[in-house]
Design a protein around this ligand. Structure first.
Ligand SMILES: NC(=O)c1ccc[n+]([C@@H]2O[C@H](COP(=O)([O-])OP(=O)(O)OC[C@H]3O[C@@H](n4cnc5c(N)ncnc54)[C@H](OP(=O)(O)O)[C@@H]3O)[C@@H](O)[C@H]2O)c1
Length: 308
């Protein structure tokens, strides 16, 4: 039995939200096309060192590759030292830059403090990319508390500590940038991602406020909010054996494009950067007054694949 009035009201809402999404998609594509017309843009930063956390795989490794090609020296941070060393050797040989491996577990307070100390005293730090992160599967009460707390340590506490260490020197030198790698999940609090989405929402709010505080200092802050990105994220930890086919193929983005859009947006003044026209359209539609059905659909999809 269905209530035809409710059904047609719901249908109208979905149709209107679809139209809003289509309009936002066209607008976002135009913005994307304009950005591409100007590419490749030089990175508007003083030359110097880029410190990248989570550089042993995925988005962080891609930041290392693109920044090395642009001439930045690198400090590559993650737990898997062998991978960092191999990447550092490859990139320094290919681009004539200096690259070092900095093994650290960012869930470990002492490791974070040691890295923060080095950032605070570095005289060549141009860019800090807080990218290290991981996901968990299952609902809040199903995930081990220590894993949940580790996620807060890596995504939030390490990021805040490293920003606090890096920013004063950048301000004193009159330039620099901080990129905090967030997620599209920041916009869609949903069952199965209570802690993940909350840590990323923290990064968005923190980055927006920090950017406002640093306006006029020459130091830019960005919260990069990727959607599904083809990396090792869905191969490690709780996601081992995850079936990527559960996510429609057009929603997967290569890390190369995510990082290129992030770097291209530096100097634009934009703090929240959502790579990919499709994702910009989804976020714009969800934030519109007609966005409720889209938010509900996104939550339902996330809840299904996180459990699945
Ligand atoms: N892939 C996606 O669909 C997606 C979407 C939105 C946002 N993101 C975000 O993008 C960021 C990068 O993820 P990715 O997709 O590139 O995943 P990935 O390929 O699994 O890379 C994750 C990186 O984080 C490092 N890491 C994890 N835990 C760490 C710890 N305790 N200490 C130090 N380093 C640690 C890993 O290095 P070690 O294991 O060697 O320590 C690795 O280098 C994350 O913040 C993630 O939340 C990803």
């Amino acid at each position: 039995m269905s209530n035809s009035k409710t059904t047609s009201h719901w249908g109208r809402k979905v149709a209107l939200a679809g139209l809003a999404a289509a309009g936002a998609f066209v607008a976002a594509r135009r913005v994307g096309a304009a950005a591409r017309a100007n590419a490749p843009r030089p990175i508007p930063l003083p030359r110097g060192r880029a410190v990248i956390t989570g550089a042993s795989a995925g988005i962080g490794e891609e930041f290392a590759r693109q920044l090395a090609a642009a001439g930045f020296d690198l400090t590559l941070v993650a737990r898997r030292e062998d991978r960092l060393r191999t990447l550092a050797d490859e990139l320094s040989a290919a681009h004539g830059i200096r690259a070092e491996a900095w093994p650290a577990d960012l869930a470990d307070e002492a490791d974070v403090a040691a890295l923060a100390g080095a950032l605070a005293t570095a005289d060549d730090l141009a860019l800090l990319v807080n990218n290290a992160g991981f996901g968990t599967r299952g609902e809040f009460i199903e995930v081990e508390l220590e894993r949940t707390l580790d996620m807060i340590r890596v995504h939030v506490l390490a990021t805040v500590t490293l920003c606090r260490a890096a920013a004063p020197g950048m301000i004193a030198r009159g330039g620099g940038a901080i990129i905090n790698v967030s997620s599209i999940a920041a916009f869609f609090p949903s069952a199965g991602g209570a802690n993940y989405g909350a840590t990323k929402a923290y990064l968005n709010a923190f980055s927006e406020a920090l950017a406002a505080e640093l306006r006029g200092t020459g130091v830019a802050v960005q919260a990069l909010c990727p959607g599904f990105t083809t990396t090792e994220f869905h191969d490690v930890g709780d996601y081992q054996n995850f079936d990527r086919g559960q996510i429609p193929a057009p929603l997967w983005m290569p890390a190369r494009d995510v990082v290129a859009e992030s770097l291209a947006a530096l100097g634009s003044g934009r703090v929240i950067v959502v790579p990919g026209a499709k994702y910009r359209a989804i976020v714009a539609a969800a934030n519109s007054p007609l966005g409720n059905p889209i938010r509900q659909a996104a939550r339902a999809v996330r809840a299904r694949w996180r459990k699945g």
